[in-house]
Design a protein around this ligand. Structure first.
Ligand SMILES: [Zn+2]
Length: 484
């Protein structure tokens, strides 16, 4: 078979990367790639554990002279996000990725590339096969289903690991080392509501024109949240006239800032002109407040004429609006350990009004566990007071920042020697598998690095060739220096 990546350096890293790209390995379909790694170990006589869910750990003894050095865990995830262009006929269950090289980058035609996190596995396999490299004992840990909730890392039996250091290779920016990540959970708030047949003038309202974004990495941009803003608009209307809500819906994912929210309301005949005035006044306020973050913010208002609707009672309307105007949302605290890092936040991502209940989904994140739970409790308190309840799901632990890290110091020193540039130490306001290692094996010295990638999780994903080589050299030299 023709090798599209032949000739790229480091040769063995690209060789394994291409091998992995032949094997379909979207999240939920990782058995084959897991077996490939286990076979790799078997063929080379390396000790290997493949657990029930498909996680693989491959052990390699220390190189001569490194027998007394603490073991190093090299870690990445086996699954990739399976995305393709709308007109692609690619079958993620059967087809190999169609790799190409262009302007110094590797991509896959019409699909995600899985550089996130295939390159980590390729690095590890190249390290494991090369007996000329000086390094401490290696424990290469490949997890499954990271992209869909870190289920592999959750299931992993970490008691078999001896490593004192952990090199996670799931970052996407060369020159940046991650030293902490947020923990999080999803909170689903439910408030019971009552409806009754009501007559009035019906209107459809829409908050639109917002940019949205990722609820972790982009929460610091303080963009408008369409659901929260709808709550505010309806509250302002309700202050001026009698109004009840018929329907309300906004947002698609709990981890995305909602860009669009739609509601239908009823007001009394004769209040139409006043409604128009209130809406334009609120729109004018919002355009002023969001002039920089969301300059295209707009409120759409369509009259639907006189109707009878099964609308919320006035008391239920008030309850929903009290919730939306009182619940915390957005950035709650900034870190005092790492400049510019959001420490605690939450995002109302999805809101729906069903027949008998109002339901709101929040994504809570914090690098401080007690602050995560504080937000959790605030939402519970608010819901319970309003006769509802709040339930937690999808929890993941944070990776605490350590002011002192020998591994990070070695990495930063080597990077500066090799490139003449300073390594940036950063933390992210999103989850990483490192949080689970920190939780299950406290005290490990960890970092997360990786070569330059762009547009991950999309069909435009690219992996930078020169950066892959520099990161390989960095990795090898760091391992060489971890002698004591
Ligand atoms: Zn990843």
């Amino acid at each position: 078979m023709e090798r599209k990546l032949a000739g790229l350096e480091p040769e063995r890293v690209w060789y394994y990367f291409e091998e992995l790209c032949r094997i379909p390995h979207g999240s939920g379909n990782t058995r084959q790639i897991s077996d490939y790694c286990a076979n790799f170990a078997g063929e080379r006589g390396l000790r290997c554990i493949q657990d029930e869910v498909g996680n693989v750990i491959i052990f390699k003894p220390a190189a001569p002279g490194y027998e007394n050095a603490p073991a190093v865990i090299v870690q990445g995830h086996l699954d990739m996000v399976a995305e393709k262009t709308p007109d692609s006929s690619h079958d993620f269950l059967k087809d190999s990725l169609d790799l190409f090289v262009e302007d110094g980058w590797v991509g896959a035609r019409d699909t995600t590339l899985g550089g996130d996190d295939g390159i980590a596995i390729a690095y590890a396999l190249a390290l494991l096969e090369d007996d000329s490299l000086p390094h401490p004992a290696l424990e290469c840990v490949f997890t499954v289903e990271e992209e869909t909730g870190m289920d592999g890392a959750y299931a992993l039996d970490m008691s078999v690991l001896q490593g004192k250091y952990l090199l996670n290779l799931d970052s996407e920016e060369e020159g940046t080392v991650l030293a902490s990540c947020a923990g999080g959970l999803r909170k689903i708030c439910t408030l019971p509501v009552e409806r009754r047949e009501t007559e009035g003038m019906a209107y459809r309202l829409e908050i639109t024109g917002l940019k949205g974004g990722h609820s972790g990495s982009e929460i610091d941009k303080e963009r408008g949240n369409a659901d929260i803003l709808m709550g505010r608009l309806l509250y302002e209307i309700g202050r001026e006239m009698s109004m009840v809500i018929c329907s309300m819906k906004g947002g698609l994912k709990d981890n995305a800032i909602p860009r669009l929210c739609e509601a239908r309301i009823l007001i009394k005949k004769g209040d139409e002109g006043e409604l128009e005035r209130v809406i334009r006044a609120v729109e004018c306020d919002l355009k002023g407040e969001f002039a920089v973050q969301d300059p295209d913010i707009a409120i759409v208002c369509e009259a639907e004429g006189e109707k009878e609707e099964n609308a919320l009672t006035p008391a239920s309307t008030t309850k929903v609006l009290f919730f939306l105007n009182s619940c915390p949302n957005g950035v709650q605290a900034m870190s005092h350990q790492i400049e510019g890092l959001v420490e605690t936040s939450l995002n109302l991502g999805i809101m729906e009004l069903a027949d008998e209940a109002f339901v709101a989904h929040f994504s809570i994140r914090s690098s401080v566990r007690s602050r995560k739970y504080l937000l959790c409790h605030k939402l519970e308190f608010l819901c319970e007071l309003l006769g509802g309840e709040a339930e937690s799901t999808s929890e993941y632990p944070e990776w605490k920042f350590r002011a002192e890290s020998h591994l990070r110091d070695v990495l930063c020193a080597v990077y500066e020697e090799q490139t003449g540039k300073k390594m940036q130490v950063q933390a992210i306001h999103a989850g990483l598998e490192c949080g689970l290692f920190d939780d299950k094996k406290p005290g490990m010295d960890m970092i997360s690095i990786g070569p330059d990638m762009r547009d991950i999780h999309t069909a435009s994903e690219r992996l930078n060739i020169a950066s892959v080589e520099r990161t390989w050299n960095l990795l090898c030299e760091v391992l060489r220096r971890l002698k004591d």
